[in-house]
Write a protein that binds this ligand. Sequence first.
Ligand code: NAD
Length: 490
Amino acid sequence: MADSAAREAELLAKVPTGLLINGEWRDASDGGTFDVIDPATGNVLATLASATSEDALAALDAADKVQASWARTAPRERAEILRRAFELVTERAEDFALLMTLEMGKPLAEARGEVAYGAEFLRWFSEETVRDYGRYVTTPEGRNKILVQRKPVGPCLLITPWNFPLAMATRKVAPAVAAGCTMVLKPAKFTPLTSQLFAATMLEAGLPAGVLNVVSSASASAVSGPVMQDPRLRKVSFTGSTPVGKRLMKDAADNVLRTSMELGGNAPFIVFEDADLDKAVEGAMAAKMRNMGEACTAANRFLVQESVAEEFTAKFAAAMAALKTGRGTEASSNVGPLIDEGARQDVHGLVAAAVQAGAEVVTGGAPVEGPGFFYQPTVLGKVPNDAQILRSEIFGPVAPVTTFATEEDAIRLANASEYGLASYLYTRDYARMFRVAEQIEFGMVGFNAGVISNAAAPFGGVKQSGLGREGGAEGLDEYTTVQYIGIADP
Ligand code: NAD
């Protein structure tokens, strides 16, 4: 116990507490600070400088001043910075994992998984940096040439959520570095420590001063408001909730900013009667319980074909009931706390309303008593199709199960949402997989797979889940703009 407390204190002492502007860590212009809390205990972990609007503009100024020189660096040089950053983050995996567990609450084993996933964006984009191809072709008329080249978009504002503190930052910073963009990063106020340590690591990896600026703040709008009004900004990349994303899109309209919006989800997890039910339960556990259900890709609605609903629900509930809640630093715990008391109340409100509407609690169904914001892993059966819990992003360890009769019903129910991010499909029939994938309106489909995130794949949604893709070759496009030069034949 004393050892782990000393290890935590030693790690926290490594995390810079200032704002990173033009390569220097500074206090806020008004001396303001805010506390970062451990959601498993309610204790203060660290106190950080809280950026003001003036600081945010100083960060944009720094980004703007180095944009031209940064854009001219050799792609290989940018690639090698990313590769070094990948190696440093990987070497320090235990530090990053523990830091995420402390500030966000996820179990250490999951935090280690996020370090591997988050670091992969640095490696993937280090490799993509040198493949930012254009084209040179003769016109269809056979006279003159078309030259198409890619350029960095310019200074970007990157806004990240609290649920995946490292991966959400690397998924934006790595392609921006690859493309030659400069950045102002604003992490979520609940979990800024990981971004602070990551930014220090990027500097160590050789990123020049001013390319990445970090303005953690207690007030998100104090940062985003003035920066988005400034014509020097060229792009905003946001990951977070749909309501905030909509508001930022409206703000972005004033300067016609490029936008990437990774917003909320309401993933259906569809189990057909021909599925391998044990594999479906395994996938359901991963898709539901990763990050305590606090993931945009979290399975939010379990749609199970009538003939196998009872068996699936019983097996799924047994697996959920066997989970152990506890502080993420304890090796025995596989479910951490929710991010704060408000989040826990929201989750419980959805459960209570579903039960009121006729759902039955198969396991769980209540907050865990004692310190921290823990909630019991919960399975609800016989959830009516019009229950609010099937329409809202639950963001907690709660699985509502509902049934369908035919493939057409499953498709109709899956599409009955304004969201279209991840979806999951369990069937042994490949023809059905293609048929359903064709008809469901989701940016991502997991086929007999409960975890689909991969740095090499384009992550993103349709409908109100957002615009743009992160990861894959598509991830680099978000940070480049196209210039066409029409060349007359000599
Ligand atoms: P949030 O929208 O509350 O906050 C996200 C970020 O936006 C934070 O940095 C926050 O400080 C900032 N923010 C909040 N209000 C703002 C404002 N008025 N102006 C500018 N910035 C503002 O979301 P959250 O609670 O941090 O994250 C959970 C949400 O994120 C869920 O809806 C989840 O689905 C979504 N999410 C989506 C993806 C994806 O890739 N699609 C990934 C992770 C999380």
